[in-house]
Design a protein around this ligand. Structure first.
Ligand code: GLN
Length: 446
């Protein structure tokens, strides 16, 4: 009731929720009370959460921020939702997001932009902007997000919270509406690393319904939070500290690194030489996969359908013309072009080759370091509207986060103080399945 009250009073200023499920939340709370009374509760029993509107929720609208799915009520739960239900967690509702998770500012949502709680003239970041703003404004203690190229970490940085993108395959994608299937990964958005560990304990694990889910034991992510950091080697990639990085953000990050040194960590300069290829490589691969994934929205099976189609072609054309927003159409066009017979080798195949080079850079780096650190984003939260007509400058928001997804590695953003009154983020990237190490390093800093 406390959080529902806050949402009702404050969310009109932030627009972080698309759907609030008050009745369901209160009945889940009652069930949680009973579960706890019977002694069968777990750490998350009775904890209210907010879920990005990309996770299918049985009986509750799941829009993915799009007009295309404004009328879509899934008949099933995503595995992540199912796991939280089993743990006795409460769902407060579904959070706002960039349409189909395409964006870095939450301005491409069909439901309007989200405002950053630190400064409502600024964006919260995206695409999980609603989930980040809800946690920052204390409308929910924790939320879920998804990250294809930075969508958990970048809004976490801009809203001053903690966000974790797990290793690709760590968290089931079943029931999580697909954007770019080889990059998408769900994860927690929280106030602290400890909360993220509790959330990941529930979210992680093998799922036979997701063919890319990894069959690997899930450790207790809270077990190593208190380990001391002496002996930890931190790599600082020179490519993450160059041109384009706001000097005050660099100072905040360097101050954080100094604290790590004081805690016993060793710092090492490293190089990820293919970093400058990550954004162009991503903007071939992600739109290509999106163009295939989004072909299912054809007005036939579910979602939006145009009025009075003349024939099948007219049904497809007008449904997609009217149902998708600008950015989504741009991605479908780029992806369709890159995959077309005449250009496949020049673009898609080339991008896949570069993706391997980017991955190899990390494999090399992790031979000598435990965690890679740097800024999450080159800037703090920017003004609403500032980049909305400039797709390329929006794409550059993810310059430090995208490589992690191309390589399939786990990454985290944690608050690193304020710059001009706005949050700055410190990014931690780990080796495959090293989430516990990231959470330990983050917890020690907090
Ligand atoms: N900003 C990036 C994009 O628009 C990443 C989005 C995401 O991680 N879902 O594709």
């Amino acid at each position: 009731q406390h959080y529902l009250g806050r949402i009702e009073a404050l969310d009109p200023s932030y627009n972080s929720f698309i759907t609030v499920t008050a009745e369901q939340a209160l009945s889940q709370a009652k069930a949680a009370d009973e579960l706890l009374a019977s002694g069968n509760g777990s750490a998350l029993t009775g904890i209210p959460l907010a879920h990005k509107d990309i996770f299918c929720t049985e009986g509750v609208k799941t829009s993915c921020g799009s007009k295309m799915l404004d009328n879509f009520i899934p008949p099933y739960n995503a595995t992540v939702i199912e796991k939280f239900n089993q743990a006795g967690a409460i769902s407060l509702g579904k959070t706002n997001m960039d349409e189909f998770a395409m964006g870095s500012s939450n301005e491409s949502s069909f439901y309007g932009a989200v405002k950053n709680p630190w400064n409502t003239d600024c964006v919260p970041g995206g695409s999980s902007g609603g989930s980040a703003a809800a946690v920052a404004a204390q409308l929910a203690p924790a939320s879920t997000g998804t990250d294809t190229g930075g969508s958990i970490r970048q809004p976490a940085a801009l809203c001053g919270i903690t966000g974790l993108k797990p290793t690709y395959g760590r968290v089931s994608r079943y029931g999580m509406i697909a954007f770019a299937s080889s990059l998408d990964q769900g994860g927690p958005m929280t106030r602290t690393a400890e909360d993220a560990a509790l959330m990941l304990n529930v979210m992680a694990g093998y799922d036979s319904k997701d063919s890319t889910s990894m069959d690997q034991a899930v450790p207790d992510y809270t077990a190593s939070l208190k380990d001391d950091l002496s002996g930890l080697t931190i790599g600082l990639p020179k490519e993450y500290f160059g041109k384009g990085l706001t000097p005050a953000i660099e100072q905040a990050v360097q101050a954080a690194i100094k604290e790590y040194e004081a805690m016993g960590a060793t710092v090492k300069d490293i190089s990820l030489p293919n970093t400058d290829l990550a954004v162009p490589c991503y903007y071939i691969i992600a739109p290509s996969e999106a163009s295939a994934n989004l072909s299912r929205f054809d007005g036939v099976r579910y979602g939006y359908r145009c009025d009075n189609p003349e024939d099948l072609q007219d049904l497809y054309t007008r449904t997609r013309e009217e149902g998708f927003g600008e950015e989504v159409k741009r991605r479908i066009l780029v992806g369709t072009y890159a995959l077309s017979a005449g250009f496949y080798d020049a673009y898609y195949r080339k991008a896949q080759q570069i993706r391997r080079l980017i991955k190899n850079d990390f494999v090399e780096a992790f031979k000598t370091v435990d965690v890679i650190m740097g800024p999450t984003v080159p800037n703090t939260a920017f003004a609403l509207g500032e980049k909305s007509n400039d797709p390329v400058s929006m794409y550059l928001e993810d310059i430090y986060t995208i490589s992690t997804n191309l390589a399939g590695l786990p990454g985290m953003s944690i608050p690193a103080g304020l710059v001009d009154g706005k949050p700055a983020g410190l990014q931690l990237t780990g080796n495959y399945f090293a989430e516990a190490k990231l959470l330990n390093a983050a917890h020690q800093f907090q």
